[in-house]
Design a protein around this ligand. Structure first.
Ligand code: SF4
Length: 346
């Protein structure tokens, strides 16, 4: 598409969520990104939390981290540009190591991924020998490499149940772990690694899950009071909460699920209003794709990491071939086993 056609296409898709002047300017970036994408034989993957002018324009695939991991694993393009955060781009590299994987913003991290180190996992394994380790995909490659299997928010319960064991270590998101423990009927503990290791006393406790106190800096901020406030103004609203929110918040919501599950729920239902308790950009993206749905937004809480990824940075990424994601091969091989086991479960 030429510049005018691109602008008109963006106007058709995005006029509800972006001002015309922004669409005029961003259309130029879109045209150039698409040209470079074809010239360099690249694929662009866009997470559900990308801003609407990016999400609805340049990605070849959009979705949650599990869906995008699958696309990364099977692409035959030479370059994967990951419009998401660093742990997602690392997962793409883990699954498809011969490709060049680019992350448009070097510092796009994640509070959950930063909450735990590979050494922390090794210490937990020493404290609870033989207990399988389930690690959320929102972790860095060296942490995945210490794990038996990864999970996403969409398959966490299925992954935990796949072991058929009494006890699992589930890292690093405290709230996702509490939500999974609630759903699977397990009692969860959060041990401190600060004190001396005492496996004997630990084994005497009655628990079936061992968690970690990592938090998503976005989802931890939603409160039951937010839900009460919205319901008092919109009594017929349907509230959908991501499982990285606290169990109190997911209990007070109408539905809890991964970003993909939330989108499917909205597509299949017909409520007067919806509110997503997750990154605000996703509400914009659903509103743009479904003009018949009224999406309320709580945009005071944003993910600073996801918000670093813009069309401008995506263009620079392709122009300058930056920022290249590398994973040491010994770590990659072990991390790939954990991710591939998860993908088999679905
Ligand atoms: S929304 Fe939360 S979990 Fe997702 S990248 Fe941002 S900080 Fe990490």
């Amino acid at each position: 598409m030429n510049l005018e056609e691109t602008y008109l296409d963006m106007k058709r898709k995005l006029s509800r969520v972006a001002p015309d002047v922004e669409l005029r300017i961003k259309a130029e970036y879109v045209v150039e990104i698409n040209r470079l994408k074809a010239e360099k034989n690249a694929v662009i993957l866009g997470h559900n939390y990308m801003e609407p002018v990016l999400y609805h324009t340049v990605p070849d695939f959009v979705g949650d981290s599990l869906f995008l991991s699958r696309q990364a694993a099977k692409t035959d393009k030479d370059i994967i540009v990951f419009c998401g955060v660093k742990f997602m781009a690392e997962t793409a590299k883990i699954l498809n190591p011969t490709k060049t994987v680019l992350l448009p913003a070097e510092k796009a991290g994640c509070s959950l991924a930063a909450s735990i180190t590979a050494e922390d996992v090794r210490q937990l394994k020493a404290r609870y020998p033989g207990v399988p380790v389930v690690t959320y995909v929102n972790t860095y490659a060296d942490v995945k490499a210490e794990s038996d299997i990864c999970c996403t928010s969409g398959n966490a319960v299925a992954v935990v149940e796949s072991f058929g064991t009494d006890t699992v270590i589930f890292l690093p998101d405290e709230y996702l772990a509490r939500n999974v423990a609630k759903e699977t009927g397990k009692h969860i503990i959060f041990p401190s690694l600060a004190g001396p290791t005492d496996p004997a006393s630990a084994s005497e406790l009655d628990f079936q899950m061992v968690g970690w106190r990592g938090r998503c800096e976005v989802h931890e901020k939603f409160t039951v009071q937010d839900i009460r406030n919205i319901r008092s103004q919109y009594p017929d609203v349907i509230i959908l909460a991501h499982p990285e929110c606290s169990p109190e918040v997911t209990d007070a919501s109408d539905m809890s699920g991964s970003t993909s599950e939330m989108i499917k729920y909205i597509e299949r239902s017909n409520a007067p209003h919806y509110l997503l308790l997750t990154e605000c950009a996703m509400g914009d993206n659903v509103a743009a794709a479904h003009t018949d749905k009224d999406m309320l937004r709580l945009c005071s809480v944003r993910c600073p990491h996801m918000n670093m990824i813009t069309l401008e940075d995506t263009l620079k990424s392709l122009q300058l071939m930056r920022y290249v994601i590398e994973v040491p091969e010994d770590i990659r091989i072990r991390a790939a086993q954990a991710v591939e086991r998860m993908i088999k479960i679905g």
